[in-house]
Design a protein around this ligand. Structure first.
Ligand code: ZN
Ligand code: ZN
Length: 306
């Protein structure tokens, strides 16, 4: 066993997770195959810096530069970079807000198609890694900006050393403990069979593993709907209302497992690939909330905002 393999198995046997599942490439850019040159830049955005650095090691200069990161948010609800009518049109909703990692540019559309329709499943960890900075920003903007009650930082030397060591071994622990569950938008059985996998489930699985937040299958897709993208806004909203039901067994399991948490409501992160009108997010959120016996705060994290 190699040194790294040995370290990973030691960590695993100690109940820990391996630090990274997206390993720097040795075969070239994951998108175009061009050589990836060693990179020593330090100009990354502050939060999620490790993710940007890791992505930079798996992508060539031009592919990395083509990512339209969405880090300037105009609409607090849907996370859009511009003002939007959708959220004004629909003032009532069951989820708190959506945040997306990137804008849905033609380049991002192509990357997603490589993964979803052309079966390049190896892109899953990279696409999941792209969500990490948005996850950290979302958690920070919701709960970490102001110190919470009972969480005042101690400056005792030993505590500081311990906090430093914790952040080394569990870099996401501080953010992860604000959440109770990660789940995903399910696809129909037909589509899953045709494609061989559900992209949102796969990405949610990677994130759950990396961040150390328990993953659950909280939703069931009721019927095979025609492709959403061919429908009008009204048709889509009507259809998605009847598309999902909560998975009662999993919802109870989550409620039982997080009954120790001192929080009043369950905090759930729902993963999907694209956020368009928010009707899928709304349908999923209301399906979960309907079955839950405790208050739920549901947040949406999507790869792209179209
Ligand atoms: Zn490239
Ligand atoms: Zn909006």
């Amino acid at each position: 066993m190699s040194g790294v393999g040995k370290l990973k198995s030691i960590l695993r046997s100690a109940g820990e997770r391996p630090m990274e599942w997206l390993s720097p490439t040795v075969t070239g850019c994951m998108i175009c195959g061009k050589t990836v040159l060693p990179h020593h830049g330090s100009s990354y955005r502050e939060r999620g810096m490790a993710s940007y650095r890791l992505l930079r090691q798996c992508l060539c200069v031009s592919c990395f530069a083509s990512i339209p990161w969405l880090d300037r948010i105009q609409c607090e609800v849907c996370g859009r970079g511009v003002d939007c009518g959708d959220c004004i049109r629909r003032p009532e909703r069951h989820f708190v807000c959506n945040r997306s990692a990137v804008g849905y540019s033609s380049v991002m559309r192509e990357w997603l198609a490589m993964y979803k329709y052309r079966g390049q499943e190896s892109l899953a960890p990279m696409l999941a890694e792209m969500l990490v900075p948005s996850f950290l920003r979302l958690t920070e903007e919701q709960w970490l900006q102001r110190p919470q009650r009972g969480e005042a930082r101690t400056h005792h030397g030993l505590h500081r050393l311990k906090a430093w060591m914790d952040s080394f071994w569990h870099p996401y622990a501080e953010a992860a403990r604000r959440w109770d569950a990660i789940t995903y938008v399910p696809v129909s059985r037909e589509r899953a069979q045709e494609r061989g996998f559900n992209q949102a489930q796969q990405v949610a699985g990677f994130l759950s593993d990396k961040l150390g937040i328990p993953g659950y299958d909280l939703l069931i897709r009721d019927r095979h709907a025609e492709k959403m993208s061919f429908k009008t806004r009204a048709e889509r909203q009507r259809d998605s209302r009847t598309l999902f039901t909560g998975n009662e067994g999993q919802i109870r399991r989550l409620e039982n497992q997080s009954h120790m948490s001192s929080r009043e409501s369950l905090r759930i992160l729902l993963i999907d690939d694209i956020y368009t009108t928010g009707s899928t997010a709304e349908a999923c959120a209301s399906a979960i909330i309907q079955l839950a016996s405790r208050p739920v705060q549901l947040y949406i994290l999507t790869w792209a905002r179209s």
